[in-house]
Write a new protein. Sequence first.
Lengths: 115, 116
Amino acid sequence: GAGVSQTPSNKVTEKGKYVELRCDPISGHTALYWYRQSLGQGPEFLIYFQGTGAADDSGLPNDRFFAVRPEGSVSTLKIQRTERGDSAVYLCASSSPSGGTGELFFGEGSRLTVL
Amino acid sequence: SQELEQSPQSLIVQEGKNLTINCTSSKTLYGLYWYKQKYGEGLIFLMMLQKGGEEKSHEKITAKLDEKKQQSSLHITASQPSHAGIYLCGADSPRGSGGSNYKLTFGKGTLLTVNP
């Protein structure tokens, strides 16, 4: 597709379960970002990939959160032992290598609900 | 850390009216981004400002960054129902301070409702 694709769009899970959220960036975009948006808040930075490597993971809240991008394209955000406080919309974005306007292209997000 | 405060938190206007949304930073802004978000959708890029006094326009939306680079405003002229949504300002960190120019700090957003 032409835009950033995220799956699933909605995920309901029970406390303590493991979840994976997938992001398929725009073709050719080497930079990929994960943000988390809680209700009534702006998005908060989680992690930034340049190619296959995590260039900046300073926003990951704790070691239950992990993200990979093994082939430099699709990325998976993994959350272990989910807690109710993890409920939020997880947004993925990508950007072109040339930088341009600095625009990040966001997906529609994956809404995670932990019961 | 940098904090962005947006005002108002929410705004209801009649179609055709002008409106302004403000974004104030606790620190000097090195890059200020305006995004729009509709419920259930991702963020849509509107504009980026970098220079003090800079002003950019796209269709009926104008964004300005003040000379001191600590405040930005977004002005919509002759609002339409299609302008409704959440407007978010985001700021990047200056390079050399350990920040990435894409590690944005966002405000909480301004919810705009335009009544026909």
